[in-house]
Design a binder for this molecule. Structure first.
Ligand code: SER
Length: 318
């Protein structure tokens, strides 16, 4: 049995992860933590407990952990990369100050903690192709700075205090359920919405810019499997490279055209997002995750494209 608190339960990952965890830990509490203004709605609200947890408020985290006897915290609160450049102080407050609050509560109350890291933890000096697990990080974005700090802090709390911290470096995550907000990889979600609605897509990322991407079902499995894994084989903890596909805008555009021949795309490159994308790797080497806890992706670009278009066309009646 697990009693789980999801901080950021109404966000892009949280909204789906909460529902999936509720399907698995049916005998425990899976508590949707949210901030005022981002309340759970519909199925997410009806299917289990929810409570206000602002990650910048350590007492609120501690109260929720006590009330629901939480043993595992999924810490999904963050500002994505482009919005973090607009609000760097807030990005630090949530990404690092918030994580510190979570780790302190976890230390005092004996919780395990999952905190996502990202391809954004790498920078321009990082080897671009098949980026190794252990290599230079040196990100240039505030998003990346918070992610690297989070990796270091999480490993520190494990080594120093024995807090069971675990993490993966997520690629850009693609899903038809909840939109991401303010990320550099968001174009790879938006392009499917345009295609499914029969609209032309204006791409903010230049042709030839490769980034790692992943379909949400694989990302959710990664977040659950790493927390379920026997840590005996762990050499790493914070944070594991995981990967499933890497493409540039041309590749995803042509893949979508296989299913929507009339779909059209033009470029209007956003200098902020383009600069961030160019500082990130093209593709990560996920050998350590495969060896240390059995990570294996299920979706490639073709399988993801078929599923995304089917689900979104049904939603838009097309
Ligand atoms: N999807 C994130 C972003 O684009 C990267 O992890 O900011």
């Amino acid at each position: 049995m697990k009693n789980v608190l999801i901080i950021g339960s109404t966000g892009q990952i949280g909204s789906e992860l909460t529902m999936k965890l509720r399907g698995i830990y049916t005998k425990g509490n899976v508590v949707a933590g949210y901030i005022p203004g981002a309340e759970p709605k519909g199925e997410l609200k009806e299917s289990g407990p929810s409570t206000v947890v602002d990650i910048t408020n350590a007492q609120q985290i501690a109260d929720a952990v006590d009330k629901y006897q939480i043993d595992t915290i999924y810490n999904l609160a963050a500002l994505l990369s482009a919005v973090a450049e607009a609000k760097p102080q807030l990005a630090w407050k949530i990404g690092v100050g918030g994580l510190f609050n979570v780790l302190e509560v976890a230390r005092e109350k004996g919780c395990a903690v999952f905190t996502p890291s990202s391809i954004g933890s790498f920078g321009p000096e990082t080897p671009k192709d098949k980026t190794p697990q252990d290599t230079v990080r040196n990100p240039r974005t505030m998003y990346g700075v918070t992610k690297v700090t989070g990796e270091l802090l999480s490993d520190y709390y494990f080594r120093r205090f024995g807090v069971d911290t675990r993490s993966v470096r997520f690629p850009g995550l693609i899903s038809y359920v909840t939109l991401p907000g303010g990320g550099t990889t968001d174009y790879a979600v938006d392009i499917y919405y345009s295609a499914a609605k029969g609209e032309k897509f204006v791409c903010p990322i230049a042709a030839g810019t490769f980034m790692d991407m992943m379909y949400m079902p694989d990302a959710l499995r990664a977040a659950i499997e790493i927390m379920e894994a026997d840590p005996a084989k762990f050499v790493h903890r914070n944070s594991f490279n995981i990967a499933s596909m890497s493409f540039d805008p041309e590749i995803i555009y042509h893949k979508i055209q296989e299913y929507c021949p009339d779909f059209r795309m033009e470029y209007q490159v956003d200098p902020l997002r383009q600069g961030i994308a160019e500082s990130w790797p093209n593709s990560l080497d996920d050998t350590c995750a495969r060896e240390e806890w059995g990570w294996k992706p299920e979706y490639d670009l073709d399988a993801m494209t078929r599923d995304m278009l089917e689900k979104l066309r049904a939603r838009f009646n097309r």
